[in-house]
Design a binder for this molecule. Structure first.
Ligand code: ADE
Length: 243
């Protein structure tokens, strides 16, 4: 998969993208991420502006439509097929596992991370992007949300998690939270690992895990069981898959 990111702060991306599972996926050619500096498409004025004060007054700065639109058009035009265009904003559709699963099936994504008070409304009118939010809170910009989206998408790409972990865990998930996990030592400060996990009885272990998943989901996220997550879709594969 190829992901293009447009941002005023390219330096925020590379440290994260170089490490761990994403770094490995990029080195193995499973994921290509190109980060572009929106300033490159700045207005031709003396200051190479990308933002200005809002018409009508009010706090903060608004990203101008020219640089953002030109940047998206140039980046889209650089590949034979345009990517699925996504603006990260708090006004977008809330990101969830179902949306990530859909994104992971795309060949190419183009993400635009805003900053300041947001985008001039004509960016929306000119480009008709999808809009995605990572939650009902406001961050200083769309850079972390873009990284969240990249991370959540990349781990669903074939081969990224390795040794079939992905498929196995996602099909287990079925909208439930993950069961408790344990590793060595078998006893820590008087707390023992549940005997069933040491039993070697794979059937019993699977039953225990699925009971625990259900119990945990009931206690912590009953909305998932009702099949009525915050956006009425329930959850899919909420189970974590740690490195
Ligand atoms: N930019 C600022 N806050 C955001 C959020 N919650 N989701 C996506 N982009 C954002």
């Amino acid at each position: 998969m190829r992901i293009d990111v447009l941002t005023l702060f390219p330096g925020m991306f590379l440290p994260f993208l170089d490490e761990s599972i994403l770094g490995r996926a990029r080195r193995r050619g499973l994921l290509e991420v190109q980060v572009h500096d929106l300033r490159h498409w700045a207005e031709e004025d003396r200051h190479r502006s990308v933002d200005d004060r809002p018409y009508g007054g009010g706090p903060g700065m608004v990203l101008m439509p020219g640089p953002v639109t030109r940047a998206v058009e140039a980046v889209q035009g650089a590949c034979p097929r345009p990517g699925r265009l996504i603006l990260l904003t708090p006004q977008g559709r809330r990101l969830d596992q179902a949306l990530l699963a859909g994104l992971a099936r795309e060949e190419r994504l183009v993400l635009v991370a805003g900053h300041y008070e947001g985008f001039d409304e004509r960016v929306r009118l000119a480009l008709a992007p999808e809009e995605v939010s990572v939650g009902d809170y406001v961050l200083t910009g769309g850079e972390l949300p873009a990284l969240v989206l990249i991370d959540g998408t990349a781990r669903l790409l074939p081969g990224v998690l390795g040794d079939g972990t992905s498929a196995a865990c996602e099909s287990f998930g079925e909208g439930l939270l993950e069961y408790p996990q344990y590793t060595r030592p078998a006893e820590f400060r008087g707390m023992r690992v549940p005997e069933v996990l040491l039993s070697g009885d794979h059937g019993a272990i699977a039953r225990w895990r699925s009971e625990q998943s259900l119990r945990r989901t009931r206690e912590r996220r009953p909305d998932l069981l009702a099949g009525s997550g915050p956006q009425g879709q329930g959850a899919q594969g909420v189970q974590g898959t740690e490195e």
